[in-house]
Design a protein around this ligand. Structure first.
Ligand SMILES: [Zn+2]
Length: 283
């Protein structure tokens, strides 16, 4: 099973009551390692790229890597552009072949976000691609004040946004944040149930790194079919590199360092794939 539309992966997970890991990759090594873990566990997986890494690597180089690593892939995979406020980057990724994009206009008014998101969805459809929408934005964990769940849009506004724009998956703020939580976050899980019941669409869970196994299974059961993991990959990648150099001082053979990092990234990906219930769900 080759590269498939993101919506196909998410709709199956949504109907099947499991979550698909949407893991942010940062380079060739992490891309290959996450795909290898998914193949090993016979799991569908979504790979995400940040705007920063697309620009750093170069859009053409990143997509060439994706094509090369997924040429013979045996599980359903999709490439997603995470949080992107820049319309030109969205257009370039869609034209290149990304399977979905998160149009992040959370800094704009809901009205303007909605107006532009309609355009993004129309543009995506021309390429057979899908769109994730958000209207609230996510803080960094270090900026959290504990009352995040109260600063959200009404359910009516969310439903209106999802219906009007036609986004395929919606990313609500439920007390989650990006980064490393000091303590397990207090999440408004009921909000996920309310949004799913009112829209009939799957929800994307952001800020997954650091949530407990119980929180994941509860939220996935309520309709969080897409579970974003970014910080955990960065930690696995950086820590394994640091540990390797600490344990092997003076060993400057890069392939040995890369092998240690690949092992760590694969282990991190396996852990989340199993935790979210998508092991063995490839078709
Ligand atoms: Zn996010």
């Amino acid at each position: 099973m080759p590269v498939v539309p993101t919506k196909q992966i998410l709709d199956r997970a949504f109907a099947g009551g499991y979550g698909v890991a949407a893991i942010n990759v940062i380079n060739d090594l992490s891309m290959e390692a996450v795909l290898a873990a998914a193949e090993e566990l016979h799991a569908p997986v979504i790979l995400q790229t940040s705007v920063k890494h697309v620009k750093m690597t170069g859009l053409d180089a990143m997509y060439a890597m994706w094509l090369a690593y997924t040429k013979d892939v045996r599980v359903p995979v999709a490439l997603h552009l995470d949080h992107c406020p820049e319309r030109d980057v969205i257009s370039a990724c869609l034209a290149k072949g990304w399977n979905s994009v998160l149009f992040d206009a959370s800094k704009l008014s809901v009205e303007e976000n909605q107006r532009q998101c309609i355009e993004v969805v129309a543009e995506a459809r021309r390429y057979g691609a899908d769109v994730e929408g958000e209207i609230e934005g996510f803080k960094r964990t270090e900026e959290m004040t504990g009352d995040e769940a109260q600063h959200v849009q009404s359910l009516e506004t969310v439903v209106e946004f999802v219906r009007t724009t036609g986004v395929d998956v919606f990313a609500p703020a439920i007390g989650n944040a990006h980064g490393t939580y000091k303590t397990a976050p207090t999440l408004d899980a009921q909000r996920v149930s309310d949004i799913v019941a009112a829209t009939g669409k799957p929800v994307a869970l952001h800020g997954g790194t650091g949530m407990s196994a119980e929180q994941f299974s509860d939220l996935i059961g309520r309709g969080c079919a897409k579970v974003n993991i970014s910080t955990a990959l960065k930690i696995a990648f950086m820590k394994s590199g640091f540990e390797f150099m600490t344990e092997h001082p003076g060993d400057y053979d890069p392939p040995k360092l890369f092998a240690a990092q690949r092992t760590a990234v694969m282990e991190m990906a396996r852990y989340h794939i199993r935790l979210f219930g998508s092991e063995g769900k490839a078709w």
